[in-house]
Every structure is written in structure tokens, then in C-alpha cells.
Design a protein around this ligand. Structure first.
Ligand code: ADE
Length: 225
């Protein structure tokens, strides 16, 4: 898979992709993440990428031309499955969306800033609009990092235990059950006995029960689906 991220703050995206699972996935060649500095596609001397909103009002709007140049350059090199715009008024990200996107080959993610992008960018180039939740971030970069992480960890070979992405919270509309590690007793706090019993079948049953209990208590809406 290849993910191209278009941003006016490329440095903001350096850290999320240079650690842990996302770093390893790239080193293993399972995903290529390419960050593009939108300013490199600006056409004015001052490298302008935003301007005042027609009709007035506070806040700047990202201009269409640099975005057109960047997306068109990418699309002339390969076919993209989706051009995603990260925006608070997009469809709210969930596990099913991440699952579906993890099956794609090439994705572009456009990070918004200021008051957002010129609406004509959305009409002409964007095929999917994604929000990571009902709150407003300063820009789309962190949202693009969240979306990329949710996708990349699902790619075959990225997680060392192949089954572990499948047992994540939300994968079967349920939250994950509680987990424990050594010591079996800490300051009087004991690990549930069943987990140290060695009964694989009973442990599986217990986990299912606990996942059910936790989901019913915290996210009953998930069980309705
Ligand atoms: N940009 C600003 N806020 C955002 C959000 N909640 N999701 C995606 N992109 C955003």
C-alpha cells in the first residue's frame, strides 16, 4: 500500500511515522508513506497557499491551485483508489471504514487548515471525507496520522501476532476484554483464576463474557448493530 499525505506542515507528520508499528511497517516494505509539502506546489514568489474568503469573514481558505498541482502530479504517476480529505464535517471514522480502506492500494490524504479548503477542491478532487470525531483540531495532520495508523496496523504482516488486529476492540462490534500480566498477585490484587488455569476453551469463554459485559455497560449502542 502507498499513502501520500498532502500538508502545509510536513514536520508535524514526522514523528507519528517514525516510531513503533508504523516505522516497522515501512521498513518491512508493507506500506510506503510519502509526505508532500503543499508549499512546494505554490505558484507565487511568496509561496502562498491560502487567501481571504470571498464574501468576507474571519480566517483564511486554502487555495485550489497548489492542491490541484500536487494531486494532479500524483495522479499522473499512479491510479489512486481514493482522495481523502480530513475534515470535521466528514463521515466519522470507525473500524469498518478502516478495514475497508486497508484493502486499497494507493490513497491520497489531504490535510485541511485554517477555515478549510476552497469548496471546488472538494468538488473536483475529493472522493471521501473523513472526520476522526466530533471536535475541531487545528488541522488535518493529526487526523491523517490517526487514520493512517488505523489502516496500516491492519495490513497483513504488520502486526507480529497475525490474529491480534482481529481481537481489537470494535472488530466484532465489541470492546476488548480486560487483560492481565505478571505478577499473578500484586499488593493483594489477584488475576482472575481462570486465566492461569491453562483451560484454553474456558479462557476463551471467559473473555467473550467479559467483552460482552464491558460492551453492554460502556457501549450498548455497539450491540444494537
Ligand atoms: N480537521 C480538523 N478537525 C478534524 C477532525 N475532527 N477530523 C478530521 N479532520 C479534522
Amino acid at each position: 500500500m502507498r499513502i501520500d499525505i498532502i500538508t502545509c506542515l510536513p514536520k508535524l507528520l514526522e514523528s507519528p511515522f517514525s516510531h513503533s508499528i508504523l516505522e516497522r511497517a515501512q521498513k518491512k516494505g508493507l506500506v510506503e508513506v510519502v509526505v508532500h509539502d503543499l508549499r512546494a506546489y505554490a505558484t507565487t514568489k511568496s509561496r502562498q497557499i491560502d487567501d481571504y474568503a470571498f464574501g468576507g469573514g474571519a480566517g483564511m481558505v486554502m487555495m485550489i491551485e497548489p492542491i490541484d498541482k500536487c494531486i494532479s502530479a500524483l495522479q499522473s504517476e499512479r491510479k489512486y483508489d481514493d482522495v481523502i480529505y480530513l475534515t470535521p464535517d466528514g463521515a466519522t471514522l470507525n473500524q469498518q471504514m478502516a478495514n475497508r480502506m486497508s484493502l486499497q492500494k494507493n490513497l491520497i490524504m489531504l490535510c485541511g487548515h485554517y477555515k478549510g479548503v476552497d469548496e471546488r477542491v472538494r468538488e473536483k478532487f475529493i472522493t471521501k471525507e473523513v472526520s476522526i470525531g466530533d471536535y475541531v483540531l487545528s488541522g488535518g495532520e493529526l487526523a491523517a496520522a490517526v487514520l493512517s495508523d488505523a489502516i496500516i496496523r491492519l495490513l497483513p504482516g504488520v502486526l507480529s501476532d497475525e490474529t491480534s488486529a482481529l481481537t481489537d476492540s470494535f472488530q466484532d462490534h465489541m470492546l476488548a476484554p480486560p487483560v492481565y500480566t505478571r505478577p499473578a498477585e500484586y499488593k493483594g490484587l489477584k488475576v482472575p483464576e481462570i486465566l492461569t488455569s491453562g483451560h484454553a476453551g474456558k479462557i476463551e469463554e471467559w473473555r467473550y463474557e467479559k467483552a460482552m459485559e464491558r460492551t453492554a455497560e460502556r457501549r450498548p449502542d455497539l450491540l444494537k448493530n
